[in-house]
Design a protein around this ligand. Structure first.
Ligand code: TXA
Ligand code: MG
Length: 339
């Protein structure tokens, strides 16, 4: 692994070049509406192995397979429940991954030994063009080194993957900013395994019974049997010691005034949240959508600025806010102060 990594635009020419690399069994940095991905031919175990190596990803964490057309789905899974069709109709193309029983054509390297596979049809035009140019479904995890925040800009991918992959397609900042919602089907129920832009409230418009997996808001033991292997891993961890402060703005300010030291940085919704406190502040957005878009970039900045300690205002836990909370909770190693 010693590539001269090219940072390319997302023109037709670049996409065709990247598609050719994928046909040759290489791994390419791919923009999507959620986060950047590391894409390879999902049907080629040797190509998929290169993804795990580039990321330093544990072998037992399965990859999501990306498609560009509904017809591709039937060739990859043995069964498409009515509810899955409904979800696809409502939310595809877009940031929703559905766990379905896989066909033999999907190698166990891609599904990490599972008999199911996560499938998603992205809405990002460059991602779709790359799938079409490659002519195959693309396995793609987030394009960060394992343990780093997911990349929401091409430069994040470059910083993590320089030398590890041949090229990255740059399509600007990701519109959503957090990874796709992951769901599984259990009879007439939808089980939410990972919250994302498609919220519980959105899912309830197609299905009455939506259950949220415990792992979404609680720590999972390293040896636990989980529905989604990704839940076990300590994700998105900045070097800083992050604590989430759950309470009103007034309570937050009071807590910070009493407990912050000179090194503490406040991670807030608006600059005014930290006004007059004499402490450094980083703004991560005044509503859940903005917070989703900026969160991973802010987590990377904490490391770049060598910040040691952070008191973060707690995001809302509804709508897209649940996805923001879920990611921040992991970045904080589940340290929450409830006021
Ligand atoms: O938005 C996204 O989903 C991005 C972009 C690139 O599409 N991809 C992404 O992939 O976030 P990754 O590998 O970082 O996260 C995939 C998550 C993991 O938590 C994994 O455990 C879970 O999906 N997953 C994948 N296949 C699964 C399966 N068959 N059963 C249960 N969970 C699965
Ligand atoms: Mg990831």
């Amino acid at each position: 692994m010693n590539y001269d990594t090219k940072l390319l635009d997302s023109s037709k020419k670049s996409v065709e070049y990247a598609g050719e690399l994928i046909r040759q069994g290489e791994v390419v940095g791919m923009p999507t509406e959620t986060v950047y991905g590391l894409a390879a031919n999902a049907l080629d175990p040797e190509a998929v192995k290169k993804i795990f190596i580039a990321k330093g990803r544990p072998q037992d964490n399965p990859l999501i397979v990306h498609i560009s057309r509904m017809e591709m789905l039937e060739g990859l899974v043995t069964e498409i429940p009515e509810l899955a069709k409904k979800c696809a109709g409502e939310f595809w193309p877009g940031p929703l991954t559905m766990i379905l029983p896989k066909r033999g054509i999907i190698p166990y390297t891609t599904s990490a030994g599972l008999d199911t596979v996560g499938i998603r049809m992205p809405s990002n035009k460059t991602a779709r063009a790359l799938i079409d140019a490659s002519g195959v479904p693309l396995a793609a995890p987030s394009a960060n080194l394992s343990g780093s925040p997911s990349p929401t800009k091409a430069i994040h991918v470059y910083n993590d993957m320089n030398g590890r992959i041949p090229c990255i397609l740059d399509d600007g900042g990701c519109a959503v900013g957090v990874e796709s919602t992951v769901i599984a089907f259990e009879g007439d129920n939808i089980r939410l395994l990972r919250p994302g832009f498609i919220s519980v409230e959105d899912l309830k418009t197609v299905c009455e019974n939506v259950t949220v997996d415990k792992g979404v808001t609680e720590a999972v033991a390293a040896d636990a049997v989980v529905a989604s292997p990704g839940m076990k891993y300590k994700h998105y961890a900045p070097k800083a010691d992050v604590t989430i402060i759950d309470g009103s703005l007034e309570d937050y300010r009071k807590y910070c005034a009493e407990n912050a030291d000179k090194e503490t940085v406040l991670m807030v919704f608006n600059e005014s949240d930290a006004e007059g406190m004499g402490l450094k502040a980083i703004v991560y957005g005044c509503d859940s959508k903005q917070q989703a878009q900026k969160l991973f970039d802010v987590l990377r900045q904490l490391d770049e600025l060598n910040i040691k300690k952070v008191f973060a205002r707690c995001p809302k836990k509804t709508g897209v806010g649940l996805a923001v909370y879920n990611r921040l909770l992991r970045a904080a190693g589940f340290q929450v102060i409830k006021l």
